[in-house]
Design a protein around this ligand. Structure first.
Ligand code: NAI
Length: 337
């Protein structure tokens, strides 16, 4: 296939970014955009000239010119939308997490198995970040020895608008929404170990309304793997200084850390307050390049007929661990997997 004709589905916080990236992706044509929200389609009419606009996802799937869908919709819709796309003969990119329960993940895997010619890729964007890729290559080369502990955090700047309180209704909560990235990193960077047991707790430091969704604005979790490897996760919605994704991998002959200073750029300010740098303000600023790479990899995977670099099994495992952590948090008990 020389050009992959893509429909973006979902034009919210992240969908708009993906739409802009897809317009720059080599070998791709952004053919259509879909949102049930009229203002979002109005935005697209201006921002995405020449792109066909749809209010109804079923109509996108009925368009024979669409080769692939790019799903950036609420997590609670992912599984059913992926399955519908596969049935319609479309390749699928879908944002993380794959689904909010394991049964839905398995249903997607079963449908994908019926269409081996179609690609499905889940958007674990950190796997396409240059620094994480370098860390993964160093671990694979054994340059710091045998990794035994991963400590990883996804911490957002405090957003007083309450966006993520509303978002919590469909996101699955802080562990499924934020820590899912760190869970995927743990599996990837520790060599796909089998999870054994998890425990979690959390607190609402600034946003008590989250309790209505059994959610918190700060959560911590621990995961033990078969073979003795460990992972510690921290997710937060309340940082004062900006967005801070940080991962440390402790190994027998050294330690790798990615993002220890979430610097916005290489400028350092020295003045009467000391020496400091500005930091990235949100996940998109931190991972902008990785999102561009991710879109290119998806298109290349289709054009070159290569296996998807992030498998549905990877995404199902992340959901399984994220759910066990959520269950541990809600019950106050350790959960065995
Ligand atoms: P959002 O709420 O801003 O946007 C959701 C979009 O889906 C809206 O445009 C909405 O109109 C649309 N939508 C709702 N129902 C629909 C339907 N039936 N058919 C078509 N479109 C529909 O949410 P946001 O923040 O953009 O998140 C979307 C997804 O992206 C979530 O799964 C989230 O987990 C994921 N995400 C991933 C990130 C990453 O780092 N990889 C970061 C932020 C979000």
């Amino acid at each position: 296939m020389s050009t992959v004709r893509i429909a973006i589905v979902g034009l919210g916080r992240l969908g708009r970014r993906h739409a802009a990236n897809l317009q720059q992706t080599h070998g791709a044509q952004l053919l259509a955009a879909c949102s049930p929200v009229a203002e979002e389609r109005d935005w697209a009419a201006t921002a995405l000239p020449g792109v066909a606009l749809y209010a109804d996802y079923a109509e996108v799937l009925a368009n024979p010119d669409v080769d692939a869908v790019f799903l950036v919709t609420p997590t609670s819709l992912h599984a059913e939308q992926i399955i519908a796309a596969l049935k319609a003969g479309k390749h699928v990119f879908c944002e993380k997490p794959l689904a909010l329960n394991v049964e839905d993940c398995l249903a997607v895997e079963a449908e994908a198995a019926r269409h081996p010619q179609l690609k499905v890729m889940i958007g674990f964007v950190r796997r396409f970040d240059a620094s994480y890729r370098d860390a993964a290559a160093k671990l694979a080369a054994g340059s710091v020895g045998r990794p035994y502990l991963l400590r990883s955090q996804t911490c957002d700047r405090n957003d007083e608008s309450g966006f993520f309180v509303r978002f919590s209704a469909s996101s699955g909560g802080i562990f499924m929404d934020c820590s899912i990235h760190d869970i995927d990193l743990a599996r990837w960077l520790l060599g796909n170990p089998q999870p054994k047991r998890v425990w979690a707790t959390g607190t609402n430091a600034l946003h008590p309304a989250l309790a209505e969704h059994q959610d918190v604005d700060n959560g911590v979790a621990m995961c033990e793997f078969e073979g003795g490897q460990l992972a510690c996760f921290y997710a937060s919605r309340t940082q004062a200084h900006g967005h801070e994704t940080l991962t440390e991998i402790f190994a027998s002959e050294g330690r790798l850390s990615v993002g220890a200073n979430p610097r916005a750029n290489r400028v350092e300010i020295s003045d009467a307050h000391g020496v400091r740098n500005e930091c990235v303000q949100d996940f998109y600023q931190r991972f902008a390049d990785a999102f561009v790479t991710e879109a290119q990899v998806f298109v290349d995977t289709i054009r070159d007929n290569r296996p998807s670099p992030v498998t549905l099994a990877d995404a199902r495992e992340a959901t399984r661990i994220g759910l066990a952590i959520t269950q541990a948090f809600r019950s106050g008990e350790a959960v065995s997997l």
